[in-house]
Design a protein around this ligand. Structure first.
Ligand SMILES: *Cc1c(COP(=O)(O)O)cnc(C)c1O
Length: 395
C-alpha cells in the first residue's frame, strides 16, 4: 500500500497516487466490483460499524477502487479529503445542500450550468433555503447579496457556456468575511489549470464525466475539501442518502486520470490556436476564450489559470438558423452536449443545456440564439480547422 508523497508533480500523481495493490501485485489498479465485504468474525464486523476498525463495510460507504480514485483526486487537487459520487450533479447538490439548513441563504453567480442553477434557484428554496443570483464578475453585487444567514457562495469559473472568468480569490475573501463557505465548480478549468483551494475556496467540485473520463464512457463526480469539513458536512449525508459511484465507473475514471495531463495539455494548445483563428475570421463574431487577450476578464484568467482551457464559445451571425446550418455542415466535429472529450464536440446552448430558461433569462446570461460552444478534442488542429472553414462556407 505504498503511496507517493504529496511532493510529486501532478503528472506523476495522476499515474501513481492512491494506488492500493492487492496481494497479487497487479500493475493496473484492481476493480473491486463488490457490493459488500465479509468479516473474519462478528467482533470485527461490530468494530467496523462502530468505527474502531477502519476496514470496508459496504460500497455505498466506501470501496477500495473508489478510494483509489478519491485519493488520487485529493493528491492532485491538494485537498485533504475527496469523496466520489455517481454524477457531477450529485457532487454539486451534496456540496451545497450539505452546508445549509432551513433558514440559511445561498449566493450564487447567475451564469451557471443549467442544472446547477436549478439546485440554487428551485431545489434549495423548496427546503427553506433562500438563494440570490448575482452577476459573478461584479464583486459589489456579491457583497450586496450577502446576508447574516448566508452560508454558501457558489460559482463556476470559467462558466458554461459563456466562459466568464470570476475572481476566485476576491470572492473567497467576501465569503470568509461573511462567515460563509465558497464552493467552486471547477469543471471547465480541470484540476490541472486552476486550484480553487489555494485561491481561498473551501470546497471544489467536479463532474468527472468531462475531462477526467475524457473518453465519453461514464458519469462521475467528486467533492474535495478539508478533512474536518468532509467529516462535519458531508460524510454522514453521503453515507445515508446514497449518491455513491459504481466501483466500475470509479475504475474507468481512475484510468482516465492517468492520461489527463497529456490530454488537457494538447487540447489547450489546439484550443488556443483554434480560438485565435476563429477570432480572425470575419464571418464570426464574439469569440470567447479565456486564453485570449481580448477576453473580458483576461487579467484574472492569466492570474488564476495556467492556460485558457479546452472550450471556446462564439457567435454565428444570423441567429439560430445560421448556427444550426453551421453545426449541421460540420463533418468531423460532432453535435453533442458533452465536453472535455477526446472527440471535438459542438453544442447550441440556447436549445440544449439552457433550453429551460426564458429568452430573457438566457439573454441576461449572455446566451444568444447564434451562440455555439466548441469543446476541443484530440484531433489534429488542421483537420478541425478545415472542418470549420468548410462548414462556414456551407459545407
Ligand atoms: C456537466 C457539468 C455538470 C454536471 O455534471 P454531470 O456529471 O453531468 O452530472 C456540472 N457543472 C458543469 C460546469 C458541467 O459542465
Amino acid at each position: 500500500m505504498s503511496q507517493p508523497p504529496r511532493a510529486f508533480r501532478p503528472e506523476t500523481q495522476l499515474v501513481h497516487a492512491g494506488t492500493l495493490r492487492s496481494s497479487f501485485g497487479e500493475t493496473s489498479e484492481a476493480l473491486f466490483l463488490t457490493q459488500g465485504f465479509v468479516y473474519p468474525d462478528a467482533e470485527t464486523c461490530a468494530a467496523r460499524f462502530e468505527g474502531s476498525d477502519p476496514g470496508f463495510i459496504y460500497s455505498r460507504f466506501s470501496n477500495p477502487t473508489v478510494q483509489m480514485f478519491e485519493s488520487r483526486m485529493a493528491l492532485l487537487e491538494g485537498a485533504e479529503a475527496a469523496r466520489a459520487t455517481a454524477t457531477g450533479m450529485a457532487a454539486i447538490t451534496m456540496a451545497i445542500m450539505g452546508l445549509v439548513k432551513a433558514g440559511d441563504h445561498i449566493v450564487a453567480a447567475s451564469r451557471l450550468f443549467g442544472s446547477c442553477r436549478y439546485v440554487c434557484e428551485e431545489w434549495a428554496p423548496r427546503y427553506g433555503v433562500a438563494s440570490t443570483l448575482v452577476e459573478g464578475s461584479d464583486l459589489a453585487s456579491w457583497k450586496a447579496a450577502i446576508r447574516p444567514e448566508t452560508k454558501v457562495l457558489f460559482l463556476e469559473s470559467p462558466t458554461n457556456p459563456t466562459l466568464d472568468v470570476y475572481d476566485i480569490a476576491e470572492i473567497a475573501k467576501l465569503a470568509k468575511a461573511a462567515g460563509a463557505l465558497l464552493v467552486v465548480d471547477n469543471v471547465f478549468a480541470t484540476p490541472l489549470l486552476q486550484k480553487p483551494l489555494a485561491l481561498g475556496a473551501d470546497v471544489v467540485v467536479y463532474s468527472a464525466t468531462k475531462h477526467i473520463d475524457g473518453q465519453g464512457r461514464c458519469l462521475g463526480g467528486v467533492i474535495l475539501c478539508s478533512e474536518q469539513l468532509m467529516k462535519d458536512a458531508y460524510a454522514t449525508p453521503l453515507r445515508q442518502t446514497g449518491p455513491a459511484i459504481s466501483p466500475f465507473n470509479a475504475w474507468v475514471l481512475l484510468k482516465g486520470l492517468e492520461t489527463l495531463a497529456v490530454r488537457v495539455e494538447r487540447q489547450c494548445v489546439t484550443a488556443q490556436h483554434m480560438a485565435d483563428r476563429l477570432a480572425g475570421d470575419p464571418r464570426l463574431s464574439g469569440v470567447l476564450y479565456p486564453g485570449r487577450a481580448d477576453h473580458p476578464q483576461a487579467a484574472i484568467a492569466r492570474r488564476q489559470m495556467a492556460a485558457g482551457g479546452t472550450l471556446i464559445a462564439f457567435d454565428v451571425p444570423g441567429g439560430r438558423d445560421a448556427a444550426f446550418r453551421f453545426m449541421n455542415a460540420l463533418k468531423l466535429i460532432r453535435i453533442s452536449n458533452n465536453l472535455g472529450d477526446a472527440k471535438s464536440l459542438i453544442t447550441h446552448p440556447a436549445t440544449t443545456t439552457h433550453q429551460r430558461f426564458t429568452p430573457e433569462a438566457r439573454a441576461e446570461m449572455g446566451i444568444g440564439e447564434g451562440l455555439v460552444r466548441l469543446s476541443i478534442g484530440l484531433e489534429h488542429l488542421e483537420d478541425l480547422w478545415e472542418d470549420v472553414v468548410s462548414a462556414l462556407s456551407g459545407g
